[in-house]
Design a protein around this ligand. Sequence first.
Ligand code: NAD
Length: 308
Amino acid sequence: MTSTPKIAFIGLGNMGAPMALNLLHADYPLSVYDLSPSALQILGEVGATIADSAQQAVQGADIVISMLPASRHVEQLYLGSALGTSTEVPGLVSQIQAHALIIDCSTIAALTSQKIALAAQARGLAMIDAPVSGGTLGAAAGTLTFIVGGSASDLERARPVLAAMGKNIFHAGSNGAGQTAKICNNMLLGILMAGTAEALALGVANGLDPKVLSDIMSKSSGRNWALEQYNPYPGVMENVPAARGYSGGFGVNLMHKDLGLATEAALATLAAIPLGELARNLYAMHSQNGAGAKDFSSILELFQKTSK
Ligand code: NAD
């Protein structure tokens, strides 16, 4: 690949849309597809080619990037409807031109990622898993961390494209390893956010100002990313989901999905993850209360109800 590679981008949600925008800013020719017409329109207005289907988007693409919610979406996209869905849609693995590179940035099961990579390789395609950390702010700023699983040579092919969307690029190991590392990180994040919300709600229930308490803990041993960069208490920080009614950001149901992936990984290896399991149950209860689409920092509401 000597000339600028043509990129197809599938999945223009909270993360995918700003990532695709950064590729346009870096002058990559970009074809996009999402199930949501409004998401497509926004990218179309800034210069992306809008496709009518994922199959159309990948025609002639050198690199295919996907940013979808969960394992089933990614598996269906690449392997098609042989996997228990109702409509007969061929998987992209049979549509993408030979020698192209697939970069899946979704957070999904490592086993699903490995299965797709094998099917892709059987057709002469390369694939890496490249889940991200850094949230919607990092996606917009082009400062994401990419956690890559796959061969070193495929990572080198992807590197300039990843660098247009992110700041840190880690090679975790072979196919699926990026997903495993990402799940470990997100299990810790889910636990830290729940713990941070619990501590803030306790302080406020006992008469403390949440901003004063956040300032104190940020300079004390309880400091962590959820507290300092993504504070869950409304009014403490600007430009975080808590400042806008927990809209945008990283959904409760997506965090619950990631904690479920951690549970699956633990079951497969007899690992003990008592805090991860507790956190998964907290997000499940919160989702059942109707908060599934809110940002995950809204877990604070669960503690506000119990500590008042
Ligand atoms: P989202 O729900 O905002 O966006 C997903 C998009 O995929 C939607 O626009 C949806 O219409 C589209 N979509 C679903 N199925 C599709 C299909 N078959 N074809 C085309 N488009 C389809 O999700 P998000 O927050 O952007 O997260 C995407 C992935 O990134 C998830 O795996 C999530 O766990 C991970 N992630 C999210 C964050 C975050 O802060 N939001 C951070 C790191 C990782």
